[in-house]
Design a protein around this ligand. Structure first.
Ligand code: IDP
Length: 137
């Protein structure tokens, strides 16, 4: 089942020079391919839509500030079961709970600065791809 997922390499990934390593891991998954990729500093309005489900939670404001604090790498990845696969590659939200071998497990230690976002369902992927890459066919 070929799918598309929206991936953001968060500002900590860019600041720490980890984007090449992370993109490499994604590219090496058999049959997956990048169909969009851009280095971009995100507007607050885009982040408010992207993280709308978290409005009112204690971590929401610091999360939006962090995500606007520097450029991110925004990508669309296409391939077999890519939504589930990217969540596995990323590891769970808390990097300390993430297994070594996952991106968050290998490089993260702070919940907010957990390196990567990947869409969590087909519905989210569709909404997020429209938000970040409205022109993508
Ligand atoms: P996900 O990115 O693993 O799908 P979500 O629950 O959708 O996790 O949370 C979005 C982002 O908000 C997380 O990736 C992380 O950066 C941040 N976040 C989530 N929970 C917390 C928290 O308890 N403290 C600080 N930041 C958090």
């Amino acid at each position: 089942m070929s799918q598309r997922s929206l991936v953001l390499l968060k500002p900590d990934s860019v600041r720490r020079g980890l984007t090449g390593e992370i993109i490499g891991r994604i590219e090496r998954k058999a049959g997956w391919k990048l169909v969009a990729l851009e280095l971009r500093t995100l507007e607050r309005s885009v982040l408010e839509q992207h993280y709308g489900e978290h409005v009112g939670k204690p971590f929401y404001e610091p999360l939006v500030e962090f995500m606007a604090s520097g450029p991110v790498v925004a990508m669309v990845v296409e391939g077999e079961r890519v939504i589930e696969g990217l969540r596995t590659l990323a590891g769970p939200t808390d990097p300390i709970a993430a297994a070594p071998g996952s991106i968050r497990g290998d490089y993260g230690s702070i919940v907010r600065e957990n390196l990567i976002h990947a869409s969590d369902s087909e519905d989210s992927a569709e909404r997020e791809i429209k938000l970040f890459f409205p022109g993508l066919a």
